[in-house]
Ligand binder design. Structure first.
Ligand code: V55
Ligand code: FE
Length: 496
């Protein structure tokens, strides 16, 4: 292993680990609930080579697919690189050939025209297949049993979009997957592809529309009747990219928008509603209808949470001064002029989850990560923005009722996954990885920590974990994760 830049993108939980391995029968403290049978897949960026540029960022690092597999109270672990076209080209060369994040003009000439995606953001399960996704390219299918890469996924050649979001939404009743891709027609195009795959994973609809500006559409939401595209003023600029600069720059002076159309309708029915100026959001919690009103709940901040996206826009706001709130945007769809009404729901945070069954429906509980105001010790460095969250929140968005699970001093927490428990009246379980410093928090070597997987009762998070699964390793930060039950794994298209 060579020398890596000593920036937030390579230290703490972003320390390059670069190892593929399997571990069997992990040490368990406590008892694994019988309902937890299946696999927790996690997307983990971990660059396989030293970067071409000193100021490289964690979002640019090769995707690894990692799995905690639960069977009969036994837990196994595995992690492998996603063998993207980019990963294979660099493996063959023995060095990095792709340059800056989403900037093909900084690549080695030998890889001109090759697929640049690192598939490092979200494992997606649909139609009996597992995909690793990143918004700048198409997904890669991965064998859920072996974690071997099967190849790039284009719906048997049917998909026209060059990109596929890391945040599709699956309707719990129809099993359809609603998804989109932006910059669908190429670098810096306004083209957005809006698509539906049926419950068996067949692409049944793809329509294209233009967004008002070329923004990073990281996530979107559905309700029973609508598809909703919230967009925020973090914009791409082809001239800047051609000069070797950043793909994204945040614009503090431009409005956000909500694009709303009937989810089975025609893109010509899209209505764009202007929202607050300068705000940013990467993840929506959920959306639902109440009569003629559409509610969209989002993890909103007053500027972009990524330092490098602020810097490219000339915005000088330190990370710890960013303000935000879990926020509800409501739109009365019968009004003559559609408008957003905004109200805060809860404390700031991100990496929100709801249970699969309430996707696009009224709901009364969500979980997300936040900073514990009373935490002892500084946050663990690392993760996509450079400082990790240290607390898990459960909120009833309708009443604002909150509970919190603290983590050990100086520890980091990753996005949880929800597991259904069929027991009568049981709210299920959450799985979340926790990285705990081995030395004194905030002192010592920031790369020296121990990673555990915690199982927490979803409706009693304040009680802390019922089981801790020790990996004996320092795992690199995940981005998103997904839980796949044994029933689904047994019915998967690919066999072990
Ligand atoms: C995000 C993550 C990405 C990315 C763009 O969390 C946005 C937001 C891990 O990659 O490329
Ligand atoms: Fe995301």
């Amino acid at each position: 292993m060579g020398a890596f830049p000593q920036t937030i993108h390579f230290i703490g939980t972003n320390t390059p680990r670069q190892q593929e391995y399997r571990l069997e029968n992990l040490e368990v403290e406590g008892e694994i609930p019988s309902a937890v049978e299946g696999t927790f897949f996690r997307a983990v960026p971990d660059n396989a080579h030293e970067p071409m540029f000193e100021n490289d960022i964690a979002l640019n690092h090769d995707g690894m697919i990692s799995a905690f597999s639960f069977k009969g109270g036994k837990v196994d672990f595995a992690i492998r690189y996603v063998e993207t076209e980019r990963y294979l080209a660099e493996k063959e060369a023995g060095r990095a050939l792709f340059g800056r994040y989403r900037n093909p003009f900084t690549d080695d000439p030998s890889v001109k025209g090759k697929d640049r995606t690192v598939a490092n953001t979200t494992p997606v399960w649909h139609g009996g297949r597992l995909f690793m996704t990143k918004e700048d390219g198409r997904g890669y299918e991965v064998n859920p049993h072996t974690l071997e890469t099967e190849g790039r996924w284009d719906y048997e050649g049917k998909l026209k979009s060059e990109t596929f979001t890391a945040h599709p939404r699956i309707d719990p009743e129809t099993g359809e997957m609603f998804f989109f891709g932006y910059e669908a027609g190429g670098l810096c195009t306004l083209d957005v592809a809006y698509c539906i795959a049926d419950k068996d994973g067949n692409l049944v609809k793809e329509q294209w529309f233009d967004q008002p500006y070329c923004s990073t559409i990281h996530d979107f939401v559905i309700t029973e009747n609508y598809a909703i595209f919230p967009i925020f003023p973090t914009l791409a600029d082809l001239d800047r990219i051609k000069e070797g600069g950043a793909h994204w720059a945040h614009h503090q002076d431009l409005p956000s928008y909500l694009g709303i159309m009937p989810r089975y309708g025609d893109v010509s029915e899209m209505k764009w509603i202007e929202g607050p100026i300068g705000v940013s959001c990467f993840h929506e919690v959920n959306a639902f209808e109440e009569g003629d009103t559409v509610h969209v709940d989002l993890c909103l901040t007053d500027t972009n949470a990524f330092q490098f996206m602020r810097e490219a826009g000339g915005i000088d706001i330190p990370q710890q001064e960013i303000q935000g709130a879990l926020t509800r945007w409501s739109v009365d769809m019968t009004a003559d002029t559609l408008a957003i009404e905004e109200r805060p729901l809860g404390p700031p945070g991100d990496l929100c989850r709801v249970e699969d069954a309430v996707q696009g429906r009224p709901y009364d509980r969500a979980w997300y990560l936040s900073m514990n105001p009373d935490a002892k010790g500084p946050p663990m460095l690392g993760g996509p923005v450079g400082a990790n969250f240290n607390a898990l929140l459960r909120i009833n968005p309708n009443t604002g009722q909150l509970s919190m699970m603290e983590t050990p001093p100086g520890a980091a927490i990753s996005e949880p996954a929800h597991v259904v428990d069929p027991a009568e009246g049981h709210g299920g379980w959450l799985l979340t990885t926790i990285d705990i410093p081995n030395g004194p928090p905030g002192a010592g070597d920031p790369s020296d920590y121990s990673s555990e997987l915690w199982i927490v009762e979803a409706d009693a998070i304040e009680k802390g974990p019922v089981a801790k699964i020790r990996t004996g390793k320092a795992l690199r930060s995940q981005v998103h994760g997904t839980w796949v039950s044994h029933a689904k794994l047994d019915a998967s298209v690919r066999k072990g």
